[in-house]
Structures are given as C-alpha cells and as structure tokens.
Write a protein that binds this ligand. Structure first.
Ligand code: HEC
Ligand code: HEC
Ligand code: HEC
Length: 447
C-alpha cells in the first residue's frame, strides 16, 4: 500500500515537473540530420578493436541481442516495474538501425539519453551511467557499431501504460534524477583505482543492477551498491553491507569477474553470468582495475572473515537438522556429495557456508540455482550442477531452504518462502521460454 502511494505521488510529481519542463522546452530536443551510412573501411581498425572491448564492458550485446536473433539488432524485452521496454536496433541499418546516425547523434544518446530524432529515451538504456563515458571511448564504440553487419529489424512496440508510455515525461524524470554524475577520482589511490572508478561508474554500469531503485526507477544515490533487483534475481550488496561470508578482496574479485568462479565465493549465475561472459574477452588490466575499485568499495577484508566461514563449515549440523529435519535429509541425499566432498571442478561445489546465496536477505538466487542448476559452458571445463526443478516439489524446497539457512547461513529463517518458491518456479518457466542468455552472448574472438 505504502509503496503504491509512493508511486502515485511520484507520478504526480513527475507530471508537475514535466509540465514545468514543457514550459521551459526542456522536453524538446532538436533532431540531428541523418547521413548516409559511412563505409566500414573508413574506420581505423585499431579503434574498432577498442570499441569491441568497450562494447563488451558495456554489455551492449546482452540487451541489444535476442536469443537466436542477429547481433545488436535489438528487440529484447527488458522488464521494468512500469511495463516492458524493447531494446533498439543498433546495427548500422539506415532505415531501422543507427546507420543514418552521425557520430554526434550517438555521443548525444550516450551522454543524455536522446535519440537522433530528438525523442527522449527511457533510462532502461543505462545512460545515467554511460553519461560518464569519455568522448574518445564513445567514438570507438561508434566505430565498432558502424562496422557491424547491418540488419533490418524494428523492435516490437513497448508495453507501457499511461503515463509511462508518454516519452516527454522522461524529461521530467531527468530533471529529478539525471544530473550527469561525476566519476569519483582520487589521485592518492593510484591509476588502477581511478581507471576502475571510471569503468564501474560509467560503461560497466555495475550499479544499474547492484544499487536499489526508488519508486520511479532511479538509483538511490545514498544506497549505492547496497543490493538491487534484476530479472527475478537479487544483485547482492557489494558495499560494506555485503553478506558474503568471506570478505571480497581485489584478487578474489578479479578471479570471479575474469573466470566466473572463485574458490571462496563460488560461481556467477543469472544476469551476472552474462556480465562475466563479456568480461572474459576484455583486456586484463581493465578487469584488474574494476576489481581494485570494487574491493575498496567493499571495505577492508575482515581479519576473521575466512575463519568465520570455516567455523560454520565445520560446526555440528545437529541443531539445524533438528530445526528442519526434512530439509536435512534432502541435503544429505541430494547435495552433500558434491558440496562437502572436496570434489574438484567441474562437479565439486563450494561448501555452502561460503555462499552469499544462503546468507543473503533475499532467497531467490538460492531457489533459482536449486531449480535450474549450473550448466556447463560449451567447450569449457566449467562447473556443473544438475537442476532439481523436476525432482524437488515446493514443500521439499521450503524444507531444504530452511535447513540451508539455519545450518550454513546461521541467520533467522526467510519469511514467506512458500510464495517466493512458487513465484521463482513460475518466473523461471517464463524466462526459459522468452529471455535468458542471447544465443551469441560471448564476443570472444570477434574482430
Ligand atoms: C540494460 C539494457 C541495455 C544495455 C546494457 C544497453 N542498452 Fe542500449 N538501449 C536499451 C533499451 C531498452 C533501449 C531503448 C530505449 C527507448 O526506447 O527509450 C536502448 C537504446 C539505445 C540507443 C538508442 C537507439 C535509438 O534508436 O534511439 C543506443 C544508441 C544504444 N541503446 C546503444 C547502446 C550501447 C552502445 C550500449 C553498450 C555500451 C548499450 N546500448 C547498452 C537497453 C540497453
Ligand atoms: C545485469 C545486472 C548486473 C550487472 C550489470 C552487474 N551485476 Fe554483479 N551480480 C548480479 C547478480 C544478479 C548477481 C548474483 C549472481 C548469483 O547469484 O550468482 C551478481 C553478483 C555479483 C557478485 C558476487 C557477490 C557475492 O557476494 O557473491 C559480484 C562481486 C559482482 N556481482 C560484481 C559486479 C561488478 C563489479 C559489476 C560491474 C562490472 C557487476 N557486478 C555488474 C547482477 C549484475
Ligand atoms: C553433481 C554435483 C552437485 C550436486 C548434486 C549439487 N551441486 Fe550445487 N553446485 C555444484 C557445482 C559444481 C556448483 C558451481 C560451483 C560453486 O559455486 O560451488 C554448485 C553451486 C551451487 C550453489 C551456488 C554457490 C555459490 O554461491 O556460488 C548453491 C547454492 C548450490 N550449488 C546448492 C546446491 C543444493 C542445495 C544442492 C542439493 C539440492 C546441490 N547444490 C547439489 C555441484 C553440485
């Protein structure tokens, strides 16, 4: 109720601001004249290569490519609390993509969320972060995109209700929430940290998922990196409110971001798997820089962090078993052989006392992974865990979750598990049918 009220008063505020904005003609942006698409060979190959790496850091493919669809041809449904927004075709097709866009129009879109024809763009396109990208990097991104295969394709119409379908309102949203954020810079912290800050707060838009949003979908600036929601997953807190049982260090972050797995923390799944898949192909220095900056955000490693998780791992499971006997039996039969045996990858999982999935205030990631398991990456020796969607029913799942939470999380039971399990099962069926990883999500090996 309170949430709904906030949304309604929020809408009223935006309508008012938009009215004022219209008065000041802020909502109106000029159209930039179309050009005929530049020839691909007019772009410097070194710049195109740099643009490719930058596009990977910015996850352009993840949102602009549908499963089985042509690269960058758009049409991916991006769910928001206000309805579904479909991504644009950003191939250099003159009629339906950005082929007719001069470089200045592309830079303006990245900087201020305005399309070539002057239309306001929804901040689902994370220009609140991309505004921090340097002009040189925007030009490299432009060179990369303009040398892709042009594809003729128009995205379906957005499914938004009034007033959210009225684009000029976005100008009001921008007045409230979009102020061209600065990238933190601190000479004393060194070049790597500053490079990391530039990437994390800009192109890599880590906060787009890891920062909670307000009723109108803007990131809460005073809660940066304290955990957010994306596609039925919880993007864990990464600041000093992190629930990771073992404190994140720069080395651990580097390994996790580079390889998608780290012995003290486990594996990246869901939307984070797509991020990591992209980071696998970018220059090592950039991943190190991101890790250095994020390690600083998460605070100094707690001296007792690791021993704390070890103590839980070795503690007697008797109390937890007493609290959730049915769950204990399922764990012993279905999970312990891989998670407590020290089996090596690809079959051995980490001891669950190290997993943020059991300590997190939000149980959805744990439910998602037990339902779907962890698939092997084609051609790689990645971790493998079977999915239990067909073999564990909702009642058994709740019992298992209660046991894992008590035994490994050492925290009070999650509320409303029945409902969350039901919703996760339903959402997974939908996402398997519609979304998930685009067919060609990895840009590895592409020019
Ligand atoms: C989280 C999803 C997401 C990511 C990541 C993303 N985009 Fe988008 N982008 C969108 C959506 C959705 C739209 C459509 C917005 C609208 O219709 O108002 C869009 C629109 C655009 C547009 C405007 C196109 C037009 O015709 O007006 C450009 C240009 C663009 N994106 C480029 C990029 C580039 C370059 C990257 C990577 C650096 C990127 N996007 C990453 C979701 C995303
Ligand atoms: C598209 C949304 C999205 C983006 C963008 C994103 N993340 Fe994540 N991240 C997630 C989700 C969801 C999880 C939880 C994954 C899981 O359950 O395995 C996660 C997990 C993590 C974790 C593990 C935390 C823990 O305690 O286990 C780290 C570290 C992390 N992300 C860092 C980053 C960094 C650094 C960036 C930017 C380079 C980033 N993420 C960008 C969605 C995202
Ligand atoms: C065939 C071996 C196998 C079985 C059986 C198995 N797992 Fe896994 N599990 C893995 C592997 C491999 C991973 C990925 C590596 C990692 O993160 O530990 C994984 C990952 C996980 C994670 C994510 C840990 C993290 O934060 O990265 C959780 C949670 C989990 N499993 C829970 C379970 C539960 C609960 C069961 C029983 C219902 C189970 N697993 C059964 C092998 C297995």
């Amino acid at each position: 109720m309170a949430g709904q009220l906030r949304i309604i008063t929020g809408i009223a505020a935006v309508v008012l601001v938009a009215g004022a904005a219209a008065g000041f003609a802020v909502a109106w942006r000029p159209s930039i004249a179309a050009i005929s698409p530049p020839q691909p060979d007019t772009f410097d190959p070194a710049m195109v290569k740099r643009g490719r790496d930058l596009a990977a850091i910015g996850n352009c493919n993840t949102c602009h490519t549908t499963q089985g669809g042509a690269n960058y041809a758009g049409g991916l449904p991006v769910p928001t609390p206000f309805g579904t927004i479909f991504s644009s075709n950003i191939t250099p097709d003159a009629a339906t993509g950005i082929g007719g866009w001069p470089e200045a129009a592309f830079v303006r879109a990245m900087r201020s969320g305005v399309s070539r024809d002057g239309r306001q763009l929804y901040p689902t396109f994370p220009y609140d972060h991309f505004t921090n990208v340097s002009e040189a990097d925007d030009r490299a991104l432009y060179a990369f995109l303009m040398t892709r295969q042009p594809v003729q394709a128009s995205p379906p119409a957005n499914q938004l209700s009034f007033p959210f379908n009225y684009r000029p309102l976005i100008a009001g949203w921008k007045l409230l929430y979009f102020h061209g954020r600065d990238v933190p810079s601190n000479e004393a912290k060194g070049a790597e940290w500053n490079r990391g800050a530039y990437l994390v707060e800009g192109l890599a838009h880590c906060g787009a998922c890891h920062t909670p949003r307000n009723a109108l979908g803007a990131e809460r600036v005073n809660a940066q990196f304290s955990g957010g929601q994306v596609d039925n997953w919880h993007a864990y807190a990464l600041n000093d409110t992190s629930h990771a049982p073992v404190r994140w260090t720069a080395d651990a972050l580097y390994a996790y971001l580079r390889h998608g797995w780290q012995a003290d923390h486990g594996t990246a799944r869901g939307p984070m798997a797509e991020v990591v898949d992209n980071l696998a192909s970018v220059p090592d220095n950039d991943v190190r820089a991101i890790a250095a900056y994020m390690a600083d955000i998460s605070g100094a490693p707690a001296p007792d962090g690791k021993s704390g998780a070890d103590a839980v791992a070795q503690s007697s499971p008797a109390d937890a078993a007493q609290a959730a006997p049915a769950g204990a039996a399922i764990y012993a039969a279905a999970c312990a052989s891989c998670h407590e045996s020290g089996r090596p990858l690809p079959y051995g999982g980490i001891n669950l006392a190290r997993s943020t999935a059991v300590t997190s205030p939000d149980p959805r990631n744990l439910i998602n992974i037990v339902l779907a398991g962890v698939g092997a990456v084609e051609g790689e020796r990645g971790p493998i865990m079977p999915g239990f969607a067909a073999s564990i029913d909702d009642t058994q799942m709740v019992a298992l979750l209660n046991y894992l939470r008590a035994r490994f999380g050492k925290r009070p039971a999650w509320d409303d598990l029945d409902k969350t399990v039901r919703e996760a099962r339903a959402a997974q069926a939908v996402s398997l049918a519609a979304r998930d990883v685009p067919a060609e999500s990895s840009q590895r090996g592409k020019p």
